[in-house]
Design a protein around this ligand. Structure first.
Ligand code: ZN
Length: 416
């Protein structure tokens, strides 16, 4: 099974795009969504679109009919650029999006090469884009193993994304105190220890059978009432690969299925931290370099942009919390260009216009991109690694608050 590698930047971009698409709504049932699985022939999809185009001729409302047919036509234009679908298939959204006054709508078309394979062919025409399959790809896919145990039994469960799957419960066979009968206390204690040892071995065997084959197993969390779970964990019974993946051992009030759900609640914090460990580490790496070897780092938009343009950046850390845009203006008289970094209010205030410094003529807004996208593209051109850092950790907040959300680790020491 091939592991799906998704960079923080790719995910960030897809998330932003999905958010944007989600906000779009047609005047009527006239937005088209098309999902093509990798195995499908482009010609099949074309035939299907021709049929849909024909069917759309029956739509009563003239504007809806035109908008649906225009959307289908636009999709067919894009499809012509592909001989076969890309490795994960293809997703295309197209439709007339209102820009204000009636009749102001414009056809917008989005082509996405999804990060995971499309499994089913879909053609949908609705007042919204059909985004569920692509949103599903944004859901966390990692798997965690859960073991809930006490003196009497052990329950194994899997956490897949947001779903919990209870696998099985085994009983311990450890005798309880009232089984002691007439035996000496010492002899009975010895019996219990032996039974516990056998139980822990069995728990480890079941854990190995259930968890070891899982390729994307991110970690294991153990929980339960009393000291049993600790004895099990501290006794190193688990297969070493699994033992190394234990993220935490939690105290619980319940066992079996209710214990699993209790463990899940407790695990949320643990799992959140796992997700953010990488981000925290990256920011900490920057901070320690800044303290030890400041020539090897750069921060602030202007400085980092300069280092990126010189190809000096090894890793660009950029905060997902930055709400700035890079806007390119072009003079209609002399053709001069100018780029500015602006916040939304400034963009609105300018109304898409700017005065040319060279000839005094009028400059018009040509292109607008989020600063994250723009700097990331610049980084990619020079093979710098890009990491989009959330604002959910202290480190992420500091990145945004103290460094403007843009810092870089450099390949070489920068001069002065
Ligand atoms: Zn000019």
């Amino acid at each position: 099974m091939s592991e799906v590698k998704r960079s923080s930047l790719e995910l960030y971009r897809l998330k932003k795009l999905v958010e944007e698409l989600e906000s779009k709504e047609g005047k009527a049932t006239e937005l088209v969504s098309l999902y093509i699985p990798p195995g499908r022939q482009i010609s099949d999809a074309m035939n299907n679109l021709r049929e849909e185009y024909g069917t759309a001729a029956n739509i009563k409302s003239k504007s809806t009919r035109k908008n649906v047919q225009d959307a289908i036509e636009s999709i067919m234009q894009r499809l012509k650029l592909f001989r076969t679908p890309p490795p994960n298939g293809l997703v295309i959204f197209s439709g007339a999006i209102p820009r204000g006054a009636p009749g102001s709508e414009k056809i917008e078309t989005y082509v996405i090469e999804p990060p995971e394979p499309i499994s089913i062919y879909y053609y949908r025409c609705d007042s919204k884009f059909f985004l569920d399959p692509i949103k599903e790809m944004l859901v966390e896919k990692d798997v965690y193993g859960l073991i809930v145990m006490d003196r009497s039994d052990a329950t194994f469960a899997l956490l897949k994304g947001r779903k919990v799957e209870i696998v099985e419960t085994i009983t311990s066979g450890i005798p309880s105190k009232h089984d002691a009968g007439g035996q000496s206390a010492r002899r009975f204690q010895r019996l219990i220890e032996l039974a516990a040892h056998e139980f822990y071995k069995r728990v480890a065997e079941h854990a190995e059978k259930i968890f070891l084959p899982i390729q994307n197993l991110k970690g294991i969390i153990i929980g339960g009432p009393g000291p049993t779970k600790n004895d099990f964990y501290n006794g190193n019974y688990l297969h070493y690969q699994l033992q190394n993946k234990v993220l935490s051992v939690e105290d619980l009030g319940y066992t079996e299925e209710p214990g699993v759900y209790e463990l899940l609640e407790k695990a949320k914090e643990v799992l959140k931290n796992v997700e953010f460990v990488r981000e925290k580490r990256l920011v900490q790496e920057f901070l320690s370099m800044l303290a030890k070897n400041p020539n090897y780092v750069s921060y602030g938009e202007k400085e980092v942009r300069d280092k990126l343009e010189k190809g000096l950046v090894k890793t660009l850390l950029i905060s997902a919390g930055i709400e700035k845009y890079r806007v390119r203006f072009r003079c209609q008289s002399c053709g001069a260009e100018k780029e500015l970094t602006l916040v939304k209010e400034e963009i609105l205030a300018k109304g898409g216009k700017e005065t040319c410094e060279k000839c005094g003529g009028l400059m018009y807004e040509e292109e607008l991109r989020s600063i994250v996208d723009e700097l990331a593209a610049l980084a990619e051109e020079t093979n710098a690694q890009v990491e989009v850092i959330s604002t959910e950790t202290d480190e992420g907040k500091m990145l945004l608050g103290s460094f403007g959300g843009i810092v870089a680790l450099l390949r070489y020491a920068a001069e002065g």
